[in-house]
Write a protein that binds this ligand. Structure first.
Ligand code: ZN
Length: 222
């Protein structure tokens, strides 16, 4: 079966300042622990990848130790505009995650919909965040995750021009682990462990795969 990627955001209880639009993507620690507990078993059925968006402090305080205890790798996509803010990662935390062996990528600077930005705005979001992370870690940043999963042809061109080699979307479904664009499935707070299992282990549904392929092609063309 084709690999799939689980995308997480915050784990635990979101702080009062967290945007209402982001709250549904926060999940209980118990659900996260359950998913990770089942992960080795599910991975026997299909290759699975793990990513995190937004750079919440729970990446380091909750997720990283649980992943490390199981020897699992993950990618953390950080919003550089939120570094050092309360309840978000600091530059020091990003270094810590990197030292633990996790991969760090860019989620942009200020969590805006890239498909609505001007060419200059895009350069700012994509290049500024990349440079900041490169400076913090003293290494090249090759991967990005698109905020809200919203992209179009202009966004993809700007990502390539900025030098990213791998870009993670939220299109769902199976992925080619060598492709430039890699779809992910976001885990939400109202999902049960059974729902997650079904999403990850379900056989491809031809009608759904076709709808996804059409939607993705549209985003690439327009
Ligand atoms: Zn995000």
């Amino acid at each position: 079966m084709r690999p799939r990627t689980l995308n997480f955001h915050g784990i635990g209880t979101p702080a009062p300042a967290v945007d209402p639009g982001e709250r549904p993507y926060w999940i209980d620690i118990d659900l996260f622990a359950d998913v990770i507990e089942n992960f080795p078993d599910w991975s026997h059925h299909r290759p699975l990848y793990i990513t995190f968006d937004d750079g919440n402090l729970s990446d380091l305080e909750i997720a990283a130790p649980i992943l490390a205890a199981r020897g699992l790798s993950a990618r953390f996509f950080v919003l550089t505009g939120r570094l050092e803010m309360p309840n978000y990662l600091s530059a020091k935390d990003v270094i810590e995650l990197h030292k633990m062996g996790f991969s760090i990528g860019s989620h942009g600077h200020s969590h805006v919909d890239w498909s609505t930005l001007s060419p200059n705005g895009l350069v700012e979001e994509l290049c500024q965040s990349r440079t900041r992370l490169s400076d913090i870690l003293n290494c090249q940043i090759a991967e990005a995750a698109i905020p809200f999963g919203n992209y179009n042809r202009t966004v993809l061109r700007a990502l390539k021009a900025a030098g990213y080699t791998t870009v993670w979307t939220s299109d769902g479904g199976g992925m080619d682990p060598n492709a430039f664009l890699r779809p992910r499935t976001s885990i939400k707070g109202d999902m049960s462990i059974e729902t997650v299992r079904q999403i990850l282990l379900s056989k491809p549904n031809p009608a759904r795969e076709l709808r996804r392929a059409i939607a993705k092609t549209r985003k690439r063309i327009f």
